[in-house]
Design a protein around this ligand. Structure first.
Ligand code: SF4
Length: 521
């Protein structure tokens, strides 16, 4: 536990050393040596402290962009919004201040840049109070401010992408944990099944148990932990960010190469001359080679084999079977059952037919006998090679967890006294919003509705409060003059050097994540 992080807002109560935490609406009364309900704050010798260290992320010049000189001392700060050097700057903290910049600079040429994340920064509540850290620094000669807080998000959810073509459950089906609904199945995407989890309705609109289980499941997923969920009328899943999904106890391996029609389009040239017909079984669009435009272009002879389902366009069939966990996301386990008819006027004995799934994990080679019945036969090596090529073109199946939240609410008041100005500047891209340094996708339209991949966020970044709501780090980075123009809490800004000095020992230092853009305004 970090013990030198004293909240500005905790208050002592009575004579028993109890401290009241006012970092969220729960207002825990915390006894000495104990932590509050969320474990984020504790009473340490009568002081309210944040239990997790502040996370500072650094990058070397070689990792990132141009070299940026650090200020030598707080009094040199000329951004116009930092407070003048206080006596405290020359007291205990100043000793650290001498140390911290030295660790980042050598001979006046800095080697590293540091970004103060909101992880471990704490929360101010109610939100009209300035954010816990308003950090002034320079980036490529531009005076910059980063406003740092741990937001409490009652309005948040997860978008889960599961790379599999197996049918996991009907669209809109409830997704449950311990019997409580925490979300639902949403529209499938190309090669992936999608879930929408959490959200304000499950957090607040149902029973207390539903809210708590939803919050706990979201928190675990954001922390990159495994969570088992059950889809009503569908599969049991184990989900974990960056790991293969586990469907009904079986770890998924491959993300399909494409739909059945796409597979025909990709491999038609490689099947031509070695096969007389290919059927790629897919729950959505099953492809039939000789009927498909690809087969036509290759001047393949029609095979007379007709598959079940609704013909969309030549060689492309919908609804060939029911959804399931069999071949290509259908309930088919006997692939020959997909054949509806074989036209004796078109087909011929000896016709070579390949049936394959969209991942190549399931494949069957047959030849028509004299009665035009499909008879399984050894797969010729050249055909087996094409099936292997399908597998080679599949990507590893992964689970992706995207955290989505609305930051357009009250936490903006901790950034500026006129929140709509912040919203507009975020929308104009004058403000860079990050979650623990990770870039966010900003949804169009009103508000500040953001989404980020939890794998791009440092570990131990998310928390919760028992209202229930998720706690997530959020940083707003913008030009210092713009911050002042937005009505920002400029009087609360402190130079980066002072933050580094004050937290040099207590902070958790992390390298900047390659691939995450440096949050410059
Ligand atoms: S739940 Fe956590 S943040 Fe909220 S009052 Fe209690 S200790 Fe403080």
């Amino acid at each position: 536990m970090s013990t030198d992080r004293t909240s500005l807002f905790g208050a002592r109560e009575g004579n028993e050393g109890i401290v009241r935490c006012d970092a969220c609406p729960v207002l825990c009364r915390i006894r000495p040596g104990r932590a509050g309900a969320c474990s984020r704050y504790a009473n340490h010798d009568g002081a309210l402290v944040r239990t997790d260290p502040l996370v500072l992320m650094t990058r070397t010049v070689e990792q990132g962009g141009a070299t940026v000189p650090f200020l030598d001392a707080a009094e040199d700060w000329h951004g116009g919004i930092a407070p003048a050097a206080r006596p405290a700057d020359t007291a205990p903290g100043a000793q650290k201040a001498d140390i911290a910049p030295a660790a980042h600079a050598s001979g006046g040429v800095p080697k590293e840049q540091t970004f103060v994340t909101a992880i471990g920064a704490g929360t101010t509540y109610p939100d009209y109070k300035p954010a816990p850290f308003i950090v002034a620094s320079t980036h490529e000669g531009v005076d910059t401010v980063t406003v740092v807080t741990e937001g409490i998000f009652s309005y948040c959810g997860l978008k889960v992408k599961i790379d599999t073509d197996r049918h996991l459950g009907p669209e809109c089906a409830p997704v449950r944990v311990q019997g409580e609904q925490i979300g639902h199945v949403t529209t499938a995407e190309y090669g992936s099944q999608m879930l929408s989890l959490g959200g304000v309705r499950h957090l607040t609109g149902g029973s207390k148990r539903e809210g708590n289980i939803t919050c706990a499941a979201m928190l675990a997923l954001c922390r990159k932990e495994a969570v088992e969920v059950e889809i009503e009328g569908g599969a049991r899943l184990v989900l974990q960010a960056g790991r293969a999904p586990v469907v009904n106890g079986v770890e998924e391996r491959r993300m399909r190469v494409g739909c059945g029609s796409a597979a025909i389009g990709i491999f038609a040239g490689q099947w031509h001359r070695h096969l007389d017909e290919v059927i790629v079984v897919d729950d959505h669009i099953t492809g039939v080679l000789t009927e498909h435009q690809a087969g036509k272009c290759l001047e393949m002879r029609p095979s007379g084999i007709r598959v079940r389902g609704r013909r969309s366009t030549p060689g492309r069939y919908f609804q060939v079977a029911h959804p399931g966990t069999g071949w290509g996301g259908t309930d088919i386990t006997d692939p020959l059952s997909i054949i509806e008819s074989i036209d004796p006027k078109a087909a011929w004995p000896g016709l070579r037919l390949l049936l394959t799934s969209t991942t190549g994990e399931d494949a069957l080679y047959v030849e028509l006998d004299e009665a035009l019945r499909p008879v399984p036969a050894p797969m010729p090596p050249v055909v087996a090679g094409t099936v292997e090529r399908i597998g080679e073109n599949c990507e590893p199946a992964l689970t992706s967890i995207l955290f989505m939240a609305g930051a357009g609410g009250s936490l903006r008041a901790g950034v500026t006294q006129n929140p709509v100005l912040l919203t507009r500047e975020v929308q104009r891209q004058g403000v860079r919003v990050t979650i623990g340094g990770a870039p966010c996708y900003l949804w169009p339209g009103g508000g500040i509705t953001i989404m980020t991949d939890v794998l791009r966020v440092p570990d131990d970044a998310f928390g919760y409060v028992p209202t229930p709501a998720l706690v997530a780090p959020i940083e707003f980075t913008l030009r210092a003059d713009l911050y002042a123009a937005l009505g920002g809490h400029v009087e609360q800004a402190v130079p980066l050097e002072r933050v580094l000095a004050d937290y040099a020992e207590a902070a958790r230092l992390e390298p900047w994540r390659p691939g995450n853009p440096w949050p410059a305004p």
